[in-house]
Design a protein around this ligand. Structure first.
Ligand code: AMP
Ligand code: MG
Length: 427
């Protein structure tokens, strides 16, 4: 792992007291390395994990040309543009077994969805389009082209083809695709382990009696939720009081148990507590002021675990509950995904029209909580969810995404398009 100093020297204009949001991600990309250890998992255990090896298909799916409809299979060459086609039904092809008969000109075979196309037939007329009289069917002209309603062998995946790429996050669709190939286990990167604790003497754990000036620890629960969505192993360490011995023990234990450590609180410039001192003592840590809102202060670095010749990555997030979530989504999540071996680190941004004017100062990235909805004309609109204070979680609860007002951007007028980072499966 590179040192903070080495990375700082690599990045042009690196200034820890004034970093843009994109410079933060550039920095973090150089700090961490992807996991290399792998394990084989059954499909039921693999959801949300990252493929360590491409899945190559041992078979073609579908394995044969087959019918996409319940109807009648015939040869498309018999279709005429201006005359109905009258065919005699000579058999029935059911799903699950091949129909063995031969078909001559002027003949067709009744066929079910998924049944193998009889030899020499290439087209299916759905049953609702035809007239049946006794054992003949009449197909009106102009409705079909040769090849219609037939699924081709291998149109989903061909034998030998890469069905799933290394680095893909396994979704419900990818589990289903693996299963369709007959593949029961997949090779994934081992699960990332992330330890988390809250700091601050004013922070109460749930169950403790309220006291003046104290607040309940909400960050423990938002971080737990955000990490759980990423399918990492969450090592929950609760609240650590502002005591050097306790903090030292917590950081040391977290580094030993985890690949990454997340803390919240105690990293802003005016902090009088021991969190920063302990980070500095135990690790190689930078204290940043990021040009963003919410979430300006953040500490980043590593804490060595000498016995194992490795370091744990440290993210010291600000204390304010919304700042924690925003810095997590903007920086921590993509970095953890990188460590997990994933090849997609951030969701695409959507464009939506702002239904209101938003004041924005150029020179910092602002993240506003918003709700994207579909307007009557079908276009996407976005509206902020009220009080945008960095401690106000209720406006985060109401939001389905973050409006990202980029570094150089100025005020937003009503109707202007803005970028939105949708929460998708991240929240
Ligand atoms: P700090 O970054 O430590 O100065 O904290 C900034 C603000 O966030 C203060 O109002 C803290 O009380 C609050 N805060 C810090 N940690 C937590 C937490 N775990 N849960 C809820 N609020 C917190
Ligand atoms: Mg504090």
């Amino acid at each position: 792992m590179k040192t903070i100093e080495q990375i700082g020297a690599e990045l042009q204009g690196y200034d820890p007291r004034a970093l843009s949001a994109s410079a933060v991600n550039d920095f973090l990309a150089r700090l961490v390395e992807p996991i290399t250890d792998t394990e084989d998992l059954g499909l039921f255990d693999a959801l949300g994990r990252v493929l360590a090896q491409a899945v190559i298909s041992p078979i073609s799916v579908p394995p044969h040309d087959n019918s996409a409809m319940d109807g009648y299979a015939f040869s498309g060459a018999e279709l005429r543009p201006d005359a109905p086609l009258v065919l005699r039904v000579v058999g029935t092809a059911l799903a699950g077994k091949a129909w063995a008969g031969q078909v001559a000109a002027g003949e067709c075979v009744k066929i079910m969805t998924g049944a193998i196309m009889p030899t020499s037939l290439d087209t299916v007329v759905p049953q609702e389009l035809i007239q049946v009289t006794g054992d003949t069917v009449t197909i009106p002209p102009g409705l079909l082209r040769p090849g219609d309603n037939r699924r081709l062998k291998g149109e989903d995946v061909m034998t030998g083809q890469v069905a799933l790429q290394k680095g893909e996050l396994l979704t419900p669709a990818s589990l289903g695709l693996s299963a369709s190939l007959g593949i029961k286990t997949v090779r994934v990167f081992r699960q990332l382990k992330v330890a988390y604790f809250s700091t601050g003497d004013e922070i109460l754990s749930l169950g403790e009696a309220p006291r003046e000036g104290a607040v309940y620890d909400s960050n423990r629960y938002t971080v737990f939720g955000l990490l759980t969505r990423l399918r990492v192993k969450v090592i929950d360490m609760g609240v650590v009081r502002d005591d050097p011995a306790l903090l030292e023990a917590a950081f040391t234990q977290a580094a030993q148990q985890a690949d990454a450590i997340i803390t919240s609180g105690g990293v802003s410039v005016g902090e009088a507590d021991f969190t920063k001192t302990m980070m500095k003592k135990l690790g190689d840590v930078a204290f940043w002021r990021i040009a963003m809102r919410p979430g300006r202060p953040m500490a980043v670095g590593s804490i060595p675990v000498p016995a194992e010749h490795r370091s744990a990555v440290l993210f010291g997030l600000p204390g304010n509950p919304v700042a924690v979530m925003v810095t997590f989504l903007a920086f921590v999540r993509p970095t953890l995904l990188r460590m997990m071996g994933a090849n997609t680190l951030a969701p695409p941004l959507l464009r939506a029209r702002s239904t209101e004017a938003i004041r924005k100062k150029p020179g910092r990235t602002e993240y506003q909580r918003g709700t994207v909805s579909t307007a009557p004309d079908g276009s996407l609109h976005v509206q902020t969810t009220g009080n945008q204070g960095s401690g106000v979680l209720s406006s985060m609860v109401q939001a389905n995404g973050l409006i990202v007002l980029h570094h150089a951007q100025g005020h937003v007028a009503v109707g202007d398009e803005v970028d939105v980072m949708m929460f998708w499966g991240a929240i």
